[in-house]
Write a protein that binds this ligand. Structure first.
Ligand code: PBG
Length: 324
């Protein structure tokens, strides 16, 4: 008790560094990239300052920059030229993500872990994450699973190191695991967006990826932000279906979920610091209301402290640069 105990004794100089419990490193980061088949030159995403959509021929340089900064992994999102009701340009050998994966792997090989987002929303004309019954405006779970399997296999064939399904379909992990194993991709890990909430923080991403929906919302398949026990069930099921890594998304408004998942399952756990979390800090910094580097660091640190082993973040390059 005070005065014998004084917490501030360990709070200054080198001693402060010695007792630090959490350390951020470039190695914790996964860099999200948008490759766009409809453009010839780089386009800034207006709602996400500093984030760009890249044409195919700019992708390798950007991936190299990330590698030079010590970032070990990236995740690719594709914006296709052609969209239709069943997302047919998501699994072709010459489709945009498949081409981008090949280009990056050809150049960077083992120096960059290439992950791919496996979902239909960027490829469907209605913008939903699966096959839709238009009469009932329902996203149909089971018919979507076959397509997710096909997408995963096409990404693996192109050279993807990890596939990451984000569509919150029931049974998606086992469908993809089966499809991958049948094609002899037994050693390709699946990172499941296991606990993905129906969140308004995805707003700016939908501009970036052109994946806004034409009717309804995603609340019939993404989780209710009010629920926490349900996240445990979601993650447990995905692990039983063969997920190698699990993700919580978004990150900052769901730190309690990250904490629970890490402690409950002890699995490699990722957190997605989503577009809205990024944009709100950027906007406040642009106005001069917050110190951008400091709030970036503190936010990402809190995600790691909560239990995340890996952070998907649009700040990846900024943070890596700052750590250098
Ligand atoms: C769906 C997907 C979404 C994000 C990543 N994958 C959006 C959604 O569910 O609408 C959001 C990421 C972000 O906001 O940064 N394929």
């Amino acid at each position: 008790m005070f005065p014998q105990v004084r917490m501030r004794r360990l709070r200054s100089g080198k001693i402060r560094d010695m007792v630090r419990e959490t350390e951020l490193s470039a190695n914790d980061l996964i860099y999200p990239m948008f490759v766009d088949e409809t453009i010839d030159s780089t386009v800034e995403v207006s709602s996400m300052p500093g984030v760009q959509r890249l044409p195919l021929d700019k992708v390798v340089d950007d991936a190299k920059d990330a590698a030079d900064l010590g970032i070990p992994a990236l995740i690719l999102f594709g914006i296709p030229e052609h969209k239709d009701e069943t997302g047919t340009s998501s699994y072709g050998e010459e489709d945009i993500v498949q081409q981008a994966v090949r280009a990056i792997k050809e150049d960077l090989g083992k120096d960059m872990v290439v992950m791919t987002d496996v979902c239909m929303c960027e490829y469907t004309s209605h913008g939903h994450c699966g096959i839709v019954n238009f009469e009932t405006e329902e996203v149909l779970n089971d018919p979507t699973l076959d397509i997710l399997g096909k997408i995963a296999v096409s990404h693996a064939k192109a050279g993807a190191d990890i596939v990451a399904p984000s569509g919150m379909m029931d049974g998606m992990i086992s469908a993809m695991r089966t499809a991958l194993d049948e094609e002899n991709f037994k050693n390709i890990p699946i990172m499941s967006y296991a606990a993905k909430y129906s969140s308004a923080f995805y707003g700016p991403f939908r501009d970036a990826a052109d994946s806004g929906f034409q009717f309804g919302d995603r609340s019939a398949y993404q989780m209710d932000p009010a629920n926490s026990d349900e996240a445990i069930r979601e993650v447990e099921l995905d692990i039983l279906e063969g997920a190698d890594m699990v993700m919580v998304k978004p990150a900052l408004p769901y730190l309690d979920i990250i904490y629970r998942i890490k402690h409950e399952f002890k699995m490699p756990t990722a957190a997605y610091n989503v577009s809205g979390e990024y944009s709100m800090l950027k906007a406040a910094a642009e106005k001069g209301w917050l110190d951008e580097n400091k709030v970036m660091y503190e936010s990402l640190m809190s995600i790691k402290r909560a239990g995340a082993d890996m952070i998907l973040t649009y700040f990846a390059k900024d943070l890596a640069r700052m750590l250098k």
